[in-house]
Design a protein around this ligand. Structure first.
Ligand code: T4K
Length: 377
């Protein structure tokens, strides 16, 4: 072990917003041995197909297509839904990838403000937006921090206007709503399996659909739009390699334990912070089984947030401004259009801070972080 590792173990620092979980090497190596012996490295090999089957079971979804990241999963879902080049209503309170995917698909994002409790797209604002703009061809809401959107209202609106809904469920692996996997809601739901996520393949993602025809279309788009010498459509390369799929197969066996540990960390934070004046928390709707992937707190103002971040940083602890700025403020989203200023999203984005959380965070770390917050606000 290098001296650096010794120091890190002793001091448990730096303490970042998350710490990637890994399987033990002896679980991963047999997969690598098989990959090395067969020399099948990518292009829908056995491990990526096995991962799709296992994810279908875990996510209670018949049609799962794995991709090489969540951003390309979004781009492909947008194209498969027929939304390329069109206006799409979405939330300004998300990681930039949601908006990047729309812009790379030449869509015009229409920013709709968020609900102040769940921080997900506001169904009332969405309704108004759809009523006033018949050009909106689809909806791309985000289950931000794994908090379920108002899926029933959104589904009603989409049915009324006959437009598709693509859920960005990048944060929501393992989340259930009303007893069903969150990936079952919407016409499409995408996942991100990036190293910073609860479940990961180093890099990876998936698209869940409800028809075999859609899955076939997605598979064409994911692999250059051709099968052998027959070319069907303009595709891209979004295939998951076997090395990544193998990591996913290992991580899938650990994900339930990881969720349990994350939820225990949330409970420990809650014990110190819930009800404290000046520390707000977003709310999960009733019927949610959460995954504990993120622990966001809403501070009184940006000055308090900057004080907390700086004081934590002095202790080598790094909370993150997920998600700042609101995407309605992005300099390159000039093409985007908002029916009204997204006051709630822009206000929340200026003062929300995600505290460190991982399978390994300890009670002492959580106490130290909470003490800093209490002393700063
Ligand atoms: N939609 C939404 C709503 C998303 O949040 C995302 C991605 C996407 C779509 C797109 O999915 P992908 O195309 O990424 O599959 C991270 C992730 O890169 C990104 O996947 C994620 N959302 C976003 C919320 O966060 P950063 O810039 O915060 O990562 P970074 O490198 O600063 O890492 C944060 C901390 O994690 C580090 O301080 C230490 C720890 N870490 C990080 C890495 C990369 C590890 O322990 N190991 C690692 O390998 O973006």
């Amino acid at each position: 072990m290098s001296p650096f590792n010794k120091k890190e173990l002793k001091c448990n620092r730096p303490l970042n917003v998350t710490k990637t979980s890994l399987p033990s090497l002896d679980k991963y190596i047999p997969y690598l041995e098989q990959i090395f012996s067969t020399r099948r490295l990518t292009n829908s090999g056995v491990f990526s197909l096995e991962l799709e089957q296992k994810l279908a079971s875990f996510l209670s979804a018949e049609n799962v297509s794995v991709t090489n990241n969540g951003t390309l999963a979004l781009m492909i879902a947008i194209q498969q839904a027929g939304l390329s080049g069109k206006k799409v209503a979405t939330t300004p309170f998300t990681y930039v990838a949601t908006i990047s995917a729309l812009l790379w698909q030449a869509c015009t994002p229409v920013f709709v403000d968020i609900d102040p409790q769940t921080l997900c797209i506001s169904p009332a604002a969405l309704e108004e937006c759809l009523r006033n703009d018949p050009e909106i061809a689809g909806v791309l809401p985000v289950h931000v921090y794994g908090i379920p959107c108002d899926v029933f209202q959104i589904s009603k609106l989409c049915a009324h206007y006959s437009i598709p809904c693509i859920y960005d469920a990048a944060h929501a692996f393992g989340v259930k709503f009303n007893g069903r996997s969150i990936f079952e809601y919407g016409d499409y739901a995408i996942g991100s399996f990036h190293a910073t996520k609860l479940f990961h393949c180093v890099e990876g993602g998936c698209i869940v659909t409800h028809s075999a025809g859609d899955k076939h279309g997605i598979e064409l788009l994911r692999a250059f739009g051709h099968i052998g010498d027959e070319h069907f459509c303009l595709g891209i390369n979004a295939k998951l390699s076997e090395v990544h799929a193998a990591m996913g197969l290992c991580m899938l066996t650990l994900v339930e334990e990881s969720i349990t540990k994350h939820l225990a960390a949330c409970t420990a934070y809650d014990a110190r912070l819930l009800g404290v004046s000046g520390v707000g928390r977003p709310e999960h709707p009733g019927g949610t089984t959460a995954n504990g992937a993120y622990y966001p707190v809403i501070l009184p103002d940006e000055a308090a947030l900057l004080r907390v971040m700086a004081t934590l940083a002095e202790r080598d602890i790094y909370a993150r401004r997920y998600f700042y700025p609101a995407c309605s403020k992005l300099p390159y989203a000039q093409k985007a259009w908002s029916p009204a200023t997204c006051f709630v999203a822009e206000d929340i984005a200026s003062r929300v801070l995600c505290l460190p959380i991982s399978s390994e965070i300890g009670q002492d770390d959580i106490n130290e972080i909470c003490n800093v917050i209490l002393s700063c606000i």
